[in-house]
Design a protein around this ligand. Structure first.
Ligand code: ZN
Length: 227
């Protein structure tokens, strides 16, 4: 009996990773976080998607204190324009949230021990334009190793989209028969705009929407190429 705990933000990547987890493991639980995001729509999509996939154990954890500690445009403590650079990290976008994945993984790793999940992970992706350093492989592997050493556990990582482009993520959704599901049940937009586009909900203008829309266009081009 294999069990996975998926960190679920409600965006395209995490919902696609969840669909793969449901297919790959006997049992799947999800954990989502409210950390003072400007909009909570993303988390609402996460909860609904988990329910539609028949997941009984789907947690939403309240970390609403986080904006009192960190600066990020995502939580309104570094302006609201996500296309600016981060006030404390000039090479990173204003949407960077310091130690976000460290915090999420720490809590997920603790809960994984409670429910005896042998795998934790999600849709972390290092090919995003945003280039968050805590979404890259060296950090994820080393941090998981540190957590395992600290708890005498051997919980493995599940990061299937780490090196995927958005186009490849759409192809994975297609392989899983879940393109429509991802379109209808994920929210990637930084501003939580519920405007339906052919690639899903979003404002169409923010960096996250543009990335998703471009990936969708590339995906359609690849699909239409003669084999
Ligand atoms: Zn948007």
């Amino acid at each position: 009996m294999s069990k996975a705990l998926v960190l679920l933000s409600g965006g395209q990547d995490s919902i696609t990773a969840l669909c793969l987890a449901v297919k790959s493991f006997d049992e799947v639980a999800t954990i989502s976080f409210r950390y003072g995001q400007q909009h909570v729509k993303e988390t609402e999509y996460a909860v609904i998607a988990a329910a539609k996939l028949g997941i009984a154990d789907s947690h939403v954890i309240d970390l609403s204190f986080l904006p009192s500690l960190v600066r990020s445009a995502l939580v309104g403590t570094a302006g609201n324009d996500v296309s600016n650079s981060h006030p404390d990290h000039p090479t990173l976008p204003a949407s960077f949230v310091p130690n976000r994945n460290a915090l999420f993984l720490t809590l997920a790793h603790a809960y994984a021990q409670t429910i005896q999940a042998e795998v934790i992970g999600g849709g972390m992706n290092q090919t995003d334009y945003s280039g968050y350093p805590d979404c890259r492989e060296p950090f994820l592997n080393l941090f998981l190793r540190a957590l395992n050493i600290g708890s005498e556990t051997e919980i493995r990582g599940f990061f299937p989209l780490l090196h995927y482009t958005k186009m490849q993520t759409w192809l994975m959704a297609e392989d899983l028969g879940k393109v429509e599901f991802v379109i209808e049940n994920s929210m990637t937009c930084y501003y939580g705009v519920e405007k339906m586009n052919e690639w899903g909900y979003g404002c169409g203008e923010c960096p996250a929407c543009k990335l998703r829309a471009n990936g969708w266009t590339e995906y359609l081009e690849v699909r239409n190429e003669p084999v």
